[in-house]
Design a protein around this ligand. Sequence first.
Ligand code: ADP
Ligand code: ZN
Ligand code: ZN
Length: 792
Amino acid sequence: MQYADIIVDISVENLDKTYQYSIPPALCADAVIGVPVTIPFGNGNRSISGFIVGLSDVPKIAPERIKSILGIKDKGLPIEGQMIALAAFVKEQYGGTMNDALKTVIPVKKSVKQIEKRIVSSAVSKEKLQDAYIEAEKKKHKAKARLLLALMNSEEIEFEDIVNKLNISRTTINSLKESGIIQIESETKYRNPIASKTTDSYSISLNYEQQEIVSKVLKDYEEGIRKTYLIHGITGSGKTEVYMGIIDQVIQSGRQVIMLIPEIALTYQTVVRFYKRFGNRISILNSKMSAGERYDQIERAKNGDIDIMIGPRSALFTPFKDLGLIIIDEEHETSYKSEMPPKYHAREVAIKRGELSNASIILGSATPSLEAYKKAMDGEFELFHLTKRAKEAKVPMVSIVDLKEELKKKNKSIFSDLLRSLIEDRLRKKEQIMLFLNRRGYAGFVSCRSCGTAMKCPHCDISLTAHSTGVLKCHYCGYEIPTPNICPVCGSKYIAAFGTGTQKVEAMVLKEFPTARVLRMDADTTKNKLSYEEILSSFANGEADILIGTQMIVKGHDFAGVTLVGILAADLSLYANDYRAAERTFQLLAQAAGRAGRGELIGEVVIQTYQPEHYAVTTAATEDYVAFYEQEMNYRRLMKYPPAAHIMAILIQSKEEEVVILAADLLAGAVKEWLKAKVELINQDKPDEQNKFIEQGKFEFKEQDKFKEQGKIENYLENNEQDDNKPNISIIGPAPAGIAKMNDIYRRVLYLKEEQYEYLVEVKDFLEQYITVSEYFKKCNVQFDFDPMNSY
Ligand code: ADP
Ligand code: ZN
Ligand code: ZN
């Protein structure tokens, strides 16, 4: 018998209230997660509707007490059903409970009071109203008379105004309502976050490259073809105009659009650009809005009051009824990956939502993620290029400065001779300068300033991180060595951890260029609501000469006055302790370089680095993405890093150190047993029996015995030659996480590498079952992270 978990009220408070029903055999084929059903409910068995949120063949109570589903309402998923199906996908792909997944995709905030506007008007003819007024005067019902007089003078008055301005009590108003003289209508007033912004008309004619993309996508759209497109367009090539051209047609066809942009790029300028074109059919979501404001926007989308929702990651779950298109701008941004469980990636979930809602997906970036570009190369996505800057601005001149040479010249300042002289030149000419420093990854990375050697893990090819205890550690495998005093390659004593922050840079700028007007922008200066935009607009208005910033590269801002961009130490991100370091460096350099020369004047870019020959630096200097992609993919293939393979990180946390250590070992052991069993089943040609195998409890973990077995399992796997269809999972760790203890909670991490994502999903399912049945895991928290964005 098949059973379904059914939810009867989709509101955040009730997501965990599910009821189990049996599925009549005739309905089994159509009973999938998300479909609306009718069920007999309560003692009277009245028939009500609900949605299937889970399926199983295990009854939760005595089978004879389980009622049966009456029917499936219609085929085709309504929006609620689509969101439930999307939640099931999130749970399956990223781990965690269905309840957590539902809470992620159903972004309704509970207990938010709606602002209700109540309008009072006359319910009777003018004459009758007048009669009522005269009668009230006679009876000396002063308040009543006041209200009736007011209504004789104006057709409708707001309830609140009657109470507050006319000083009339609610009882009086209600008694007039009861006698049928007045009526009160309520009108829900949604807060519109952009209502007050300007509307000018909008007209830009697309250039040839832009028009080609718009035409192709719309041709597909009209023919009913839905797929994922990747637009690789250099900075300033006019991607946003392309999006708007396509959006225009999609909303004219009566369907809706979600556009994701990184929170950091959700600036006033960007929003106004959309607002000018689409008026108040658009809305935005962002984290600075109150819960009430966010709730209102979601309601407006549900009610069909808007057609376009713009926002960061979570805007993906806007409950539009007839979604036609999802755009993900700057698709390479790490903020599209959730850092909280379920650790989903918006790009992947968007593609699933597109499938469920029959919508197309457009990804855009000047520096696409390797994941997206590989899929485009593999033919899964359709690839477009925008190769020219839209405004015919000149591509900037880029110089690479070798900082090792500067040290030889005894220049120990953070400015190379070239950069210093160019800064002086721009200050003289009253042109603007941007100085970038990548903060990510600088902390703790150790390198030699004489020869450029960086201290790396011999096993993982990842930079080691300095710990205050005087050791360097690999955050992937736990390898550690004492922090060296001299460079192991050249013997120089200039080997040290990097630690230049933006504040220090600011101090040095002020010291070397005392007349310069300097603005600094980083997480510290932009904590409050407006300062980020204030800094940018004040710089755009020419109120400063130099802007110092971290990787907060801004979209929606063209700084026409900037003719020099300096990147102070490109390597800082190159040696970050994860495998995406080169990709991030390339992105930072290419995007930063793209900031120069947006106006009439030609721009210049200076990249300072200890590794001038590194491909991430040289390819970024020429904005040659394809060359970068090819080199980097070779590295990922060699090392089996995503997207050549997949990684599943398992983070184990507990208050007790022994618990995390043993739990991590148990999980590593369990993975090995799974692997052994899986390979055996594949050898016997029945790979699908896996699940049955687990459910029947054949995987029993006697926690002490197991380690004796382990040696055997490893030999077994080595002797059992691999072919492409078998899982070939490498287990890295367990090791203490980079932050091994956080708020008194110990953290250990285990990485699994495997070429086929599906096998990792199977391992995750298996481990989740293991964790629920084993008492041991009650004392710790286990989180899964597929293709993690940051190392733990
Ligand atoms: P991207 O999103 O690729 O960085 P934008 O769409 O922001 O590029 O375009 C960069 C600048 O070029 C903007 O100021 C935009 O108004 C302008 N622009 C884009 N397309 C055109 C066009 N076809 N004609 C004139 N200006 C354009
Ligand atoms: Zn050295
Ligand atoms: Zn290592």
